[in-house]
Design a binder for this molecule. Structure first.
Ligand SMILES: Cc1cc2nc3c(=O)[nH]c(=O)nc-3n(C[C@H](O)[C@H](O)[C@H](O)COP(=O)(O)O)c2cc1C
Length: 354
């Protein structure tokens, strides 16, 4: 299937503007999601299920491979994810307010490196509209594979009002989420990464963790797992202070990493601003996963993301401490069924995380 995609479909798609190709893909997957019998059949063919599911932050995942945030920003095709073989799917980033994102063009392909630079800027329909969609497509049912909802700061909201903005999205979306990711690491929203600094992060995590626990007490249910997604461009000292905040507020896990603003190797002289993803990010993302795993003695569940595109790169993430992995750019270059191959390859590395 991957061979067919790379030889036939990719050359056609890559003649199209990257964002148009993306929108075309989202629309196709959205339609596919409405054909539930076909989806069930595809799921039975593609969703690799281990005898022993992966367990992390109290959730069972059929396999270790998920779809990273950014592909399904508005929750339009999360229902199709298991049919493609993904063991979980993270939608978003969703902001409290609807916003158009940055000026186009804002996605750039680099086929020689199988990489992408994007500066989308959280283009999305806003938390209310996405909550409405999830209510109508999900209702009170659970998604067929765990559904992560990734939330970020609205562009027009100043940094000192970020907490209320995140809380607004959290309150609207939490009912539909198996886990919530707080994205403080996109390079394309001005000032967002400052939320990774200790005093800002402490306030943000404290408020969200408190609200989450309050809700769970009120409803008599377990708190929804809260994860933090971090940048690859942090120093180890900065990562240490993030880990302290995570420990203080008892967050359930960490996602490492988002795209990088550095320009390694052949990208050194490139002037295109935005976040770089794909293989050039892989080494740094694995280093960070390894560092976090050692610092937390393997006790904090880590979702490893960055440049995963084959068995070796997925395996490297897991060998260095990730319990789950996610893919974005690899799917653009290797096709929508990449998850099946990766899930088979990571199957022997399953372990339990609580
Ligand atoms: C076009 C594009 C849009 C993205 N949008 C988001 C986003 O909205 N929220 C987020 O947390 N990450 C976003 N990401 C980052 C990915 O989720 C992932 O962390 C990063 O691309 C590294 O993984 P990869 O090398 O497999 O792509 C985006 C990535 C790309 C390429």
């Amino acid at each position: 299937m991957g061979f067919y995609y790379e030889k036939v479909i990719r050359p056609i798609l890559f003649r199209t503007d990257p964002e148009k190709a993306h929108d075309l893909g989202v629309t196709a997957l959205d339609y596919l999601g409405k054909l539930s019998l076909l989806c069930r059949w595809l799921e039975s063919c593609n969703l690799v299920r281990s005898d022993k599911p992966v367990e992390a932050f109290g959730i069972q995942f059929p396999n270790a491979v998920g779809l990273a945030a950014g592909m399904d920003k508005n929750g339009r095709f999360y229902r199709t994810a298991p049919a493609l073989g993904f063991g979980h799917v993270e939608i978003g980033t969703i902001t409290r307010l609807q916003q158009p994102g940055n000026e186009r063009p804002r996605i750039f392909r680099f086929p020689d490196n199988a990489a992408i630079i994007n500066r989308m800027g959280f283009n999305n329909e806003g938390a209310e509209a996405v909550a409405k969609r999830l209510k109508s497509t999900l209702g009170k049912k659970k998604s067929r594979v765990p559904l992560g909802i990734n939330i970020g700061k609205s562009k027009v909201v100043p940094l000192d009002q970020a907490v209320e903005d995140y809380l607004g999205s959290f309150n609207l979306l939490v009912d539909y989420a198996d886990y919530i990711t707080l994205n403080v690491s996109s390079p394309n929203t001005q000032g967002l990464r400052e939320l990774q600094q200790k005093s800002n992060l402490d306030t943000l995590l404290g408020e969200l963790a408190g609200t989450n626990r309050g809700r769970s007490r009120k409803l008599g249910i377990k708190p929804t797992p809260l994860l933090l997604k971090i940048a690859p461009d942090l120093t180890y000292r900065e990562i240490d202070s993030i880990l302290e905040c995570i420990d203080r507020w008892k967050l359930d896990g960490i996602i490492a990493t988002n795209t990088t603003i550095t320009r390694p190797g052949s990208f050194a002289n490139l002037k295109e601003p935005g976040g770089l993803s794909g293989p050039p990010l892989h080494h740094r993302a694995v280093e960070i996963v390894n560092y976090i795993s050692r610092r937390t003695e393997g006790k904090l569940p880590i979702i490893g993301v960055g440049g995963i595109h084959d068995a070796a790169t997925a395996g490297a993430m897991m060998d260095n401490g990730a319990c789950l992995v996610q893919v974005y750019t690899g799917m653009i270059y290797h096709g929508p069924f990449i998850a099946k191959d990766l899930a088979k390859a990571t199957g022997s590395r399953y372990s339990s995380w609580f």
